[in-house]
Design a protein around this ligand. Structure first.
Ligand SMILES: [Zn+2]
Length: 225
């Protein structure tokens, strides 16, 4: 009789030990999973820090590629994507990099060009203009609180200007140009890649360490604009 009681007692202890071990194991697994997440995002998703370039998006008004010119009907190459938004909407830097040009002349109007590795991204028709202060060139939009110096570094997602009507344009929009090396790239493809990667990140089970290779069909060099 005594032995049975002891056995039951020790069984109880054993069960307790098993339960607490399971709890400890489970919780450490959960901790590990949580710790892994940010790393996964940083290494597997090259687009995770890229930003959509326009606030208060309305619609895409003209795609990348050949089109009939609005004036004259001549076939011309449209080297960027037109994104319409109300006048004064903020424009955001797509990808962190260095400002290699600020300008306010020509068809592009007030614009800046940012270089991020092999990528160059241009933002046209912005409000404001260029000014030289102490020998340094700036794109300045005072009402919008924007002052961008040529040569400065800017992170992804920061406000770099506002939608305006400078240069050759029939309505308020951002003319957004992407180049990889010397080739123009369709920005719509980049946006699609950005959002498909974000969808994968949200829904996928964890994949191995392999990096995603984003393949973009790069357009041929057609114009040197
Ligand atoms: Zn355009």
């Amino acid at each position: 009789m005594n032995q049975i009681i002891i056995n039951i007692k020790s069984f109880k202890y054993l069960a307790l030990i098993i339960i607490s071990l399971t709890v400890i194991l489970l919780s450490s697994n959960t901790l590990k999973a949580v710790e892994k997440k940010p790393q996964l995002v940083a290494t597997n998703n090259v687009w995770s820090s890229a930003s959509f370039p326009v606030e208060r998006f309305q619609r895409y008004t003209s795609p990348f590629g050949y089109r009939r010119s609005p004036r004259g009907g001549r076939l011309e190459f449209h080297n960027g994507l037109d994104i319409a938004a109300p006048q004064g909407s903020y424009i955001r830097n797509w990808w962190g990099g260095k400002v290699i040009k600020v300008g306010d002349r020509g068809a592009c109007g007030t614009h800046i060009i940012v270089q991020s590795g092999n990528w160059k991204h241009s933002y046209c028709h912005m409000k404001g203009g260029v000014q030289k202060i102490n020998g340094r060139l700036y794109m300045i939009d005072r009402a919008g609180g924007i002052k961008i110096a040529k040569g400065q570094q800017i992170p992804a997602g920061v406000r770099i200007g506002r939608i305006g009507m400078t240069g050759r344009t029939t309505g308020p929009h951002l003319h957004w140009v992407l180049r990889y090396g010397n080739n123009y790239v369709d920005p719509a493809q980049v946006l699609r890649a950005m959002y498909s990667k974000q969808a994968i990140r949200q829904t996928s089970n964890i994949r191995s360490n392999q990096r995603y290779q984003i393949k973009l069909e790069e357009s041929k060099v057609i114009s040197n604009q």
